[in-house]
Every structure is written in structure tokens, then in C-alpha cells.
Design a protein around this ligand. Sequence first.
Ligand SMILES: [Zn+2]
Length: 130
Amino acid sequence: MTPRERQQYKKMLEAARGQAAAAAPAKIEPNRTDAASVGVADEDAQALSEMMQTLASQKNRRQGEHLGQIARALEKLAKTPDDYGLCEECEEDIALERLKLMPWVALCTECQGKKDPARNQRRTKITDYK
Ligand SMILES: [Zn+2]
């Protein structure tokens, strides 16, 4: 990777960091009064509120993880630029298409899949709520 390319990834990371930091943490509205909740029994409203709180806290946690990933990638670019773009597990080049979409990733697709099967399971459960 050339210094010019690294500079481009650095700009992408800084833009992503700005976006992620600007996104307000998910807000929870415990007492909804809009039409959608009128007539809903208290128990149902309570269950809905708890589910929304769970989803909101998951979203906030993912946002925190995301900012951490971006900060790590920027630090790597600054301190060990030769390592940027290499998978931290197998040290192969991370696919450029992957890096362009997610310049903060530290692992190639294969290693990510091996390392984190639990995360994929959690995602499946979140879609079950819909
Ligand atoms: Zn790898």
C-alpha cells in the first residue's frame, strides 16, 4: 500500500469517526403516547418498552465498539503504517473491497468468521424480534 493510499484510508476513517461520534445514542421513550400505543394493555406496553430498551442498549454498545475499531485503525496507520491493511490473525492482505467498505477492520473475512461465531448468532436473534 502506498503512502498516498494510506492517506485516503485515513481520511475515510476520520470521516467515519465523525459520523459515528455525531450519531446520538439511541434514546428510549418509556411512555409513548402516540397513536400506535393507544389502547395497548399495560403489560404489552411494558413488554414493548423492555424490548426497545434491550435493542437500544445493543445499538449503543455496537456504536462504542465501532468507535473503538476506528480509533485502533487510525492509531495503526500513525504508528505502524506497514501493518495497516494486513489481517492481524493470518497477516495476509485484507481484500481491498472489504477495506474500502470498512477501513477499520483488523481481520480478513475468513479470520473474522472463525473468530466470532457468537456475534453471528446474536445477529440472528435480533432479526427474530422483527
Ligand atoms: Zn486473516
